[in-house]
Design a protein around this ligand. Structure first.
Ligand code: GDP
Length: 400
């Protein structure tokens, strides 16, 4: 990956959002293999960039072509921060990469630790499958709220030739299967409130391949019926559907509305993920995602940059991390100095002077850290690390 420096004006805009937890979301996609996780992520990354169109348009540091190239490359990216305006307000959506397949080494779980919500992609024809069950269960173990995207609606029309009523029935069946998982594996206190309700816009339907997506409230507001969607396929105006209801807008709006911001999520996630004293300074800072508290970072990933060396990626649960900070890596028992801090824009890292609690950050200099480790401010070396993650490799029950 390459390092990009951007001008002050662009940095100011990003940092202003990053400082306000209400305008941050940490999410990623989860799915059974072949249900459309990659296609869905691609359409999100292509639809929204890191910079607001207004500021990106001025493009002082990079010329337009470079920005466009970066946008193209984001498709294959690991992590990325997306800029998206919802109801007139700017948001920074840190989109966490999750492995394509359920593996047995805990990669999915490590990604889950740094997210507060997961967009679960389910193929409309196949419905909830074994790996859907595994990833939803893993998400719930980590107190990550799953929301639902029923993908490949086009297959119901073109392959199964279902009527509008039958499509509705199929969707309701999948919603029921999904909610059965939440009922079975959800945290007791959230079993009810985390079940998804299509009428509340907590379920999106669409086609990642054809780049359209809707929620029920959205369709009602626009006067769109299932018969119109069937018509769009039969009479050949799917492009209009994609223009009127772009998938990335629908999914990012659903993420903003139904996945909690970091300061809200940490209130219930911290008691579950960290066994220290919740009434201590650190405990209180973690519960409220306090940018003025001691720095505490959960490491989700380590990768090698051929030029710079090891890059550590993680979620800042409390405090603010800055270039030059002395930190302690709990698992490795080592003291290190942060040499540079970045956020991701596709394959590139953007140098930032600091990053506050609630965000995903990449660090240079914390070489001994490994995925799953905890990095803290050097003078807080005595605090407990984050809990070890529980790996669920096999489904216990299969939803019929
Ligand atoms: P992943 O394994 O979950 O990442 O799935 P991919 O995104 O790679 O998609 C698997 C296959 O399903 C690919 O051939 C996609 O082109 C196809 N696919 C994805 N979304 C749709 C869709 O909305 N409709 C149809 N018909 N095919 C889709």
């Amino acid at each position: 990956s390459s390092v990009v420096r951007i001008v002050e004006k662009q940095l100011d805009e990003i940092l202003a959002i990053a400082k306000n937890p209400a305008q941050i979301r940490n999410a990623g996609t989860l799915a059974h293999v072949d249900h459309g996780k990659t296609t869905t992520s691609d359409s999100l990354l292509m639809g929204a960039g890191l910079l607001s169109p207004k500021v990106a348009g001025k493009a002082l540091a990079m010329d337009y072509v470079e920005i466009e190239q970066l946008r193209q490359m984001t498709v294959k990216a690991a992590n990325i921060s997306l800029y998206f305006e919802h109801q007139g307000k700017p948001y920074l959506i840190n989109f966490v990469d999750t492995p394509g397949h359920v593996d047995f080494t805990g990669h999915v779980t490590r990604s889950l630790r740094v997210m507060d919500g997961g967009l679960v992609v389910v193929d409309a024809v196949e419905g909830v499958m074994t790996q859907t069950e595994t990833v939803v269960r893993q998400a719930l173990e980590e107190y990550v709220r799953p929301v639902l995207f029923i993908n490949k609606i086009d297959r119901l029309i073109k392959e199964l030739r279902l009527s509008p009523q039958e499509i509705m029935q199929r969707i309701l069946t999948i919603v029921k299967e999904f909610n059965a998982l939440i009922d079975m594996f959800g945290p007791p206190e959230f079993k009810d409130s985390w079940k998804v309700d299509p009428a509340k816009g907590q379920v999106a339907l669409g086609s990642a391949l054809h780049k359209w997506g809707i929620t029920i409230p959205m369709a009602q507001k626009a006067g769109l019926k299932f018969s119109n969607i069937v018509d769009a396929y039969e009479k050949g105006y799917v492009d209009k559907l994609a223009a009127d209801f772009p998938l990335y807008k629908t999914l990012l709006s659903m993420i903003i509305e139904h996945i909690p911001p970091p300061n809200v999520a940490q209130k219930y996630r911290i008691p579950r993920l960290w066994r220290g004293d919740l009434n201590s300074d650190v405990g209180k800072a973690l519960l409220s995602a306090d940018p003025n508290g001691p720095a505490v970072i959960a490491v989700s990933k380590v990768n090698v940059d051929p030029h710079a060396g090891l890059i550590t990626t993680g979620r800042i649960f409390s405090g603010t991390i800055r270039e030059g900070d002395e930190v302690y890596i709990i698992g490795a028992k080592s003291k290190r100095k942060v040499l540079q801090t970045y956020i991701y824009m596709g394959p590139s890292r953007i140098v930032v002077p600091y990053m506050p609690a609630g965000n995903i950050v990449a660090l240079l200099g914390t070489d001994d850290a490994r995925a799953g480790d905890t990095i803290v401010a050097a003078n807080y070396s005595g605090i407990p690390p984050f809990e070890r993650m529980k790996y669920i490799s096999e489904p216990v029950v299969t939803v019929a």
